[in-house]
Design a binder for this molecule. Structure first.
Ligand code: NAD
Ligand code: UGA
Length: 439
């Protein structure tokens, strides 16, 4: 079977690579010709562990190719996955113009039965719009070609995307045709051998499942951040509280790590989009509004700590920053807390020297020459007044505290990810500020 993946970003590339890995013939399409030119040379546009090897291996085997020609790809494929971006519109709702443009392209070029699967995260009702767009193009061509639409939301996490795709907890598929069900069952069979199910449902429920999953995870994070802030006030230690509640299997240990707010390309935009969907349907989604407002507040909690330490006068202070990406194992900085914190530091007149294992190039698009980029973590601390940790990369977890102390003008650390032990830091002679523990 030959399939097409339209949109060669995080989701499209991982999807294409993983389907080709199990022997399926895959064509990945993108409108960005530079991206496709690079991919054809083996240059991968994103940092995602394991992805480059997998893409190269499957290109060499002839099972994976890249093109800008959606026409050829669609003509040759029985299944087309749409995995283009759905960025927030001005009012927070998901902008569907890229998804619908691809749907139209399918209608323009398909010659035989095609199953069109939306993998992008899209609001309830989008698959119906996809169907209408395809049909409209077929009508313009005055042809009658059978097709189905399906919703197959993606649950992978950046930084662990390959593993998440190859060994998913579950695969959700929304559809309303037996032919489509049989195609999706055979495509996903190799990924369900670990016993995890493909859950078939109606299309609307599948679209809703994606938003509900991200909203639930964002809720866990904002909940623990809210509790963390209260812990500080009342003198409790959120690290202990987290372990205490996580041991209850009904709550679980995952996604209750306090920090500087959730970032990334999905939680912020998907929470907003679900609130918009509720608004449009005259329903007040109260929990998620609180989740969003806690997250906005949380993104500045570490800046506020630094600012109040210096009594609101950050002019001329130099802050060494470790970590820029929104989470470890990725160079993605979309909605990263680092963007908010560093911009606030700069606005307050501070000087920022930053290091990240993979996101420095990406950071240059955001900050230009307003900050100093360091190739090595300790270099950020030369002539710096304090260290701020914004991403919990493994290499920051066991640093040489001796070197940190020697380089900083004063042993002072602001940790937005709670990667150090407060008592140990005190033993080493540091003033240490973290999240959810009174200093
Ligand atoms: P991305 O921005 O990394 O990639 C999107 C790609 O689509 C870009 O390369 C763009 O050039 C291409 N594109 C846009 N219009 C096109 C068109 N008409 N034809 C061909 N290509 C086109 O986006 P992403 O992070 O991969 O996200 C894609 C979707 O998947 C979004 O809806 C997102 O919410 C969802 N999602 C993302 C993740 C993630 O971890 N990034 C996880 C699950 C779901
Ligand atoms: C998230 C979901 O985890 C995926 O299942 C989903 O497919 C994806 O969004 C999506 O729809 O795009 P991702 O954004 O890649 O994946 O990363 P996460 O690991 O979920 O982290 C998101 C943010 O939450 C990060 O800023 C992270 O630092 C923060 N976080 C996460 C916490 O602050 N505490 C936690 O306990 C967990």
């Amino acid at each position: 079977m030959k399939i097409t993946i339209v949109g060669s970003g995080y989701v499209g590339l991982v999807t294409g690579a993983c389907f080709s890995e199990v022997g399926i013939n895959v064509v990945c399409v993108d409108i960005d010709s530079k991206k496709i030119e690079n991919l054809n040379k083996g240059i991968i546009p994103i940092y995602e562990p394991g992805l480059e090897d997998m893409i190269t291996r499957n290109m060499n085997k002839g099972r994976l190719s890249f093109t800008t020609s959606i026409e050829t790809a669609v003509k040759e494929s029985e299944v087309v996955f749409i995995s283009v971006g759905t960025p927030p519109d001005e009012d927070g709702s998901a902008d569907l113009k890229y998804v619908l443009a691809v749907a139209r392209d399918c209608g323009k070029h398909m010659t035989d039965y095609t199953l069109i699967v939306t993998k992008s995260t899209v609001p309830v009702g989008t698959s119906l719009k996809v169907k209408e767009a395809v049909q409209d193009e077929l009508n313009k061509r005055n042809v009658s070609i059978e097709f189905d639409v399906a919703s197959n939301p993606e649950f992978l996490k950046e930084g662990a995307a390959i593993n998440d795709f190859l060994k998913p907890d579950r695969i959700v598929v929304g559809l309303n045709s037996e032919r489509a069900e049989s195609l999706m069952s055979s495509l996903y069979k190799p990924f369900t051998l670990n016993g995890h199910p493909v859950i078939f449902m109606d299309i609307v429920s599948a679209e809703m499942t994606k938003y509900a999953a991200n909203a639930m995870l964002a809720t866990k994070i904002s909940f623990i951040n809210d509790i963390a802030n209260l812990c500080e006030i009342v003198g409790a230690d959120v690290n202990k509280v987290r372990k205490g509640i996580g041991s209850d299997t009904r709550i679980g240990h995952k996604f209750i790590y306090p920090g500087i707010g959730y970032g990334g390309s999905c939680f912020p935009k998907d929470v907003q989009a679900l609130i918009r969907t509720a608004d449009e349907n005259n329903y007040n989604l109260q929990v998620l509004q609180a989740v969003e407002s806690v997250n906005k507040y949380q993104k500045l909690v570490l800046f506020n700590k630094i600012n109040s330490y210096y009594n609101g006068d950050l002019k001329g202070k130099t802050i060494g920053v470790w970590g820029l990406s929104f989470k470890p194992q990725t160079d993605d900085m979309r909605e990263a807390p680092a963007l908010y914190i560093i911009n606030s530091l700069l606005e307050a007149g501070a000087v920022v020297k930053a290091y990240d294992p993979v996101a420095l190039e990406e950071a240059k698009h955001h900050f230009g020459d307003r900050i100093t980029y360091c190739d090595e973590q300790y270099e950020t601390l030369i002539d710096a007044d304090c260290l701020a940790i914004l991403t919990e990369w493994p290499e920051f977890k066991f640093p040489s505290f001796k070197i940190i102390k020697k380089l900083l003008s004063k042993p002072l650390v602001f940790d937005g990810r709670n990667i150090y032990d407060r008592d140990e830091m005190a033993k080493y002679g540091f003033e240490y500020f973290c999240i959810g523990v009174r200093s």
